[in-house]
Design a binder for this molecule. Sequence first.
Ligand SMILES: [Zn+2]
Length: 335
Amino acid sequence: MKIYGNSAAVEQVANMVRNGREPHSIIIHGEKGLGKKTLAKYIAAQLMCSEGSGIPCGKCRACRLLEKGGHPDLITARPNSNGNYIYSADDPDSVRQYISDAVVKPNEGNIKVYLIPDLDRSQVTTQIAVQNIFLKLIEEPPEHTAIIFTARSKEIFLPTIISRTLDLGVVNVRESESAEYLRENYPDRSQADIADAVSAGRGNIGRCEAYLNREEFYAAAQTARKIAAAAASGSEYEILRAFADADGKKALLREAVCLFSEIVRDSCVIRLCGRADAVLTGCDSEAAARLAERISAGAGTRLYDLLCEYVGRIDANCNLTLTVNSLAGQIAQII
Ligand SMILES: [Zn+2]
């Protein structure tokens, strides 16, 4: 059982297990692609491994069942197709059903783990209702239960939950670890493909993997690169054309604007620190370097703020075509 990065979180839980102070509720939070669900499953193994050393042995029955994805005491809540959890009492898929057996002892070992992934994808009313359903179990947990929530931000959690919960943030891994992960999991892919995916996704393994598999992040990164290239040309028409692939596609447009904002941030860092010393995080360092030749750090900062504002407009369901037209015009003005 191998985990890449997030060693601080792993070590913290391992220490608690070794000292017999297992956490009974945990929030794992951080950006998409940084391995929240992978960490949640690893922590479940840390808690359930019969060796009790804090590091899953990979050999005991619990570890083997977890590895195969079939441990009866790891109970994962599933949202509906829109990503929204169901919580009404009379629905058989309600999250209430998941914890209805919480008082019952585990089937196999000493602990059963309830995993509630991506709670932030639910509507706000659902987020609160779900937390209230779990509140009693978090306030007075039986010795044999642990609850793990994952979400992009911990701000969605109620203060009463946060105060009783171990909160663990996931962070970027090193780019060498992303590359190692891809080489191990995609042995058929060429070194060039893997290097390309790592240069786009950097220390975010989820992004690297999505890029390699040509998933949504790949399309968003391609669009962001086109926007960056068009922005460096300064032509409003070219900028507008670069947005064409995302026309009418809200999720793609949002991600492309976010990724472009990261390229803009990188261009500011290059202006301020020089290319050699700049620590870059965006999906296209060449585009960031070209942009840095064109705009000052001040203009870059204004552009970054503008893009953040437009992400808010996209979230607020403004008319997408009008939003794109106005954004392209404003980008051209700044540049
Ligand atoms: Zn084990």
